[in-house]
Design a protein around this ligand. Structure first.
Ligand code: ATP
Ligand code: MG
Ligand code: MG
Length: 559
């Protein structure tokens, strides 16, 4: 048996364990900002953060990175928790960066007192204009060397209801010539007067990501802070702030002890969609989709509603692996993973999406038979249900051709086909309206050919699904296509909204499903035989069943 090679992240972890770092303790965290819903990119980070903790008998905590009240709220917190549970992971503790506001404030004050930070009263434009470039040094702020007492007083003022947003910031006094731009006196605190979803109006200024993230890791005792590649250039600053923290703690002589190690891996990018929260917000806010859980969205709630299983998402993430290079992963690979998993799980049903009538002319009027339909041939435990057969049926319009080429193994006059779980029938003809549209097809059945009887054993090439006209339900089927027309919308110069596929949603209202299907609920994996995988939508009711097409049976995208 081939042993799966471990990721470079796991290699780092094993090295640290071998060196006895952190006393052999492994602690990771997943740090979402509660400013939107989780998408499949987050799932990749979740699989890594929880996976490492599980594998090395450690713990993975959740930490909501809630340092920007203007974009965050509790609805997002609740949905993030729900999505992580759905994916199948169990967290240790739930923490909030806002739990550390007091500690971070004290640390910032300590930095000012030690000459490591100052209040800058320039505008953000002025500050930006002084940054310089990676090859030319920046310009020092005129406030850089102001007296410590002045900065302390102004910092206190920043945290009052009167403080005007943008009027001042707290900056670390690092190195305006450092080739790493993050060292050019990064902003530590800014004024935000929007009330915070947890701390209300207690605070009026808030720490920036770089002044909150590493410190929060340190406060919690995180051993491995795993994140995505865009944080590589932040790592020296991450380490620098922790050095300062250790100096404040009096553990500066043991700089390498008990400190989190940041490790970066590549983000997940998928073809034909976008993963940026800002863009996803735009899609929702401008009603370009029906909401965060629109089945076309790359969000976990959208994928759940569409019918993707958590296992299919995890298997997909496992299959693409973790690297040090950003790439674009093919959506078709995710869909293949969905198919593979749903094949094992989905209940097989009959649904006719584009119906035409088929009359079995030699079948007795008014007679019905209950045919046994196996729920899932891939699963012995899945059992069966019954489907009613009668004289008048619906079949798919595409399953009939009046004049068919040789290789057409569906219904055509003079040829036999099998009706799934029922009889072998021979087509005898069809009826058209004045415009030439086929309105009815006729066939004769062989009473000896019932499924399971000996007469059913002869070779017939085609097998069709069907429904009894008087024993089925009208249903709505929502079929989805790519959300965007271009493979990599994020790399396109045009506004991403112009790249949306106007035909990403097709609603079919003239569909029929067997009675058994009408009572299926969101969360049950279904296969409409010969058509694809489906799931009842959240809007579905037994009176008005609505189904989402999860994915077709085959990859129709392969060229
Ligand atoms: P955006 O940049 O779109 O706002 P974000 O990365 O800021 O997204 P967070 O809520 O901060 O969103 O993300 C939480 C964690 O998930 C972070 O550690 C981040 O690195 C990770 N993450 C976000 N997007 C992806 C992705 N596409 N692939 C892998 N990990 C991701
Ligand atoms: Mg963000
Ligand atoms: Mg973030």
């Amino acid at each position: 048996e081939e042993k799966k090679s471990i990721s470079f992240v796991e290699q780092f972890v094993e090295e640290d364990l071998a060196q006895g770092k952190n006393g052999g303790r492994i602690q990771t965290r997943f740090p979402p900002e509660p400013n939107g819903y989780l998408h499949i990119g987050h799932a990749k980070a979740i699989c890594m953060d929880f996976g490492v903790a599980e594998k090395y008998n450690g713990i993975c905590n959740l930490r909501f990175d809630d340092t920007n009240p203007s974009k965050e709220n509790n609805e997002y917190v609740e949905n993030i928790l729900n999505d992580i549970k759905w994916l199948g992971f169990k967290w240790g503790n739930i923490y909030y960066a806002s739990d550390y506001f007091e500690k971070l404030w004290e640390f910032a004050v300590w930095m000012i007192k030690n000459g490591y930070a100052y209040i800058d009263q320039q505008t953000s434009e002025e500050i930006a204009s002084q940054k310089g470039t990676p090859t030319t040094p920046g310009i020092a702020s005129p406030y850089r060397d102001r007296p410590i007492a002045e900065s302390l007083a102004l910092f206190a003022q920043m945290n009052t209801p009167e403080a005007v947003e943008g009027s001042m910031v707290l900056r670390a006094k690092l190195d305006m010539a450092n080739p790493n731009m993050h060292f050019r006196d990064p902003i530590m605190y800014r004024i935000i007067q929007t009330p915070h979803h947890r701390t209300g109006t207690k605070w009026h200024c808030y720490p920036m990501y770089d002044f909150a993230h590493g410190q929060s890791d340190y406060f919690e005792g995180v051993t491995h802070s795993i994140c995505t590649l865009e944080f590589v250039p932040h790592r020296p600053l991450y380490d620098k702030f922790i050095d300062y923290l250790k100096e404040m703690d009096g553990t500066a002589d043991k700089l390498q002890d008990n400190r989190p190690r940041q490790i970066e891996f590549n983000r997940l990018n998928l073809t034909y969609t976008v993963m940026s929260k800002r863009k996803l917000h735009t899609l929702v806010d401008e009603h370009l989709v029906k909401g965060w859980d629109d089945p076309r969205m790359p969000t976990l709630c959208g994928m759940r509603r569409r019918g993707y299983s958590p296992e299919s998402i995890r298997n997909f993430i496992d299959s693409i692996g973790y690297t040090k290079f950003d790439a674009l992963n093919d959506m078709a690979l995710l869909e293949a993973s969905v198919r593979e998993d749903l094949n094992k799980k989905a209940t097989r049903l009959s649904a006719v999406l584009d119906p035409v009538k088929l009359v079995i002319t030699n079948y007795p009027d008014g007679k019905t038979e209950e045919m046994e339909s196996i729920n899932n041939p891939e699963d012995d435990q899945s059992g069966s249900h019954t489907i009613t057969f009668s004289k008048t049926l619906w079949i798919e319009r595409a399953d009939f051709m009046e004049e068919a080429p040789k290789k057409f193994f569906r219904m055509t006059p003079g040829k036999e086909v099998r009706l799934k779980s029922a009889y072998i029938v021979k087509c005898t003809g069809c009826t058209k309206d004045s415009a030439g549209n086929i309105i009815e097809i006729q066939a004769e059945y062989d009473p000896e050919s019932k499924s399971g009887m000996e007469g059913s054993n002869r070779k017939v090439k085609g097998t069709l699904h069907w429904l009894s006209v008087d024993h089925c339900r009208k249903a709505e089927v929502r079929e989805y296509d790519r959300l965007f027309n271009t493979e990599n919308p994020s790399a396109d110069e045009r506004d991403f909204r112009e790249l949306l596929n106007p035909e990403s949603l097709k609603v079919h209202t003239n569909c029929y499903v067997e009675d058994y299907a009408a009572s299926r609920q969101s969360g049950e994996y279904l296969q409409f035989q010969r058509t694809g995988y489906f799931m009842a939508d959240l809007d579905s009711t037994p009176e008005h069943p609505v189904f989402n097409k999860t994915v077709g049976l085959k990859d129709t995208w392969a060229k």
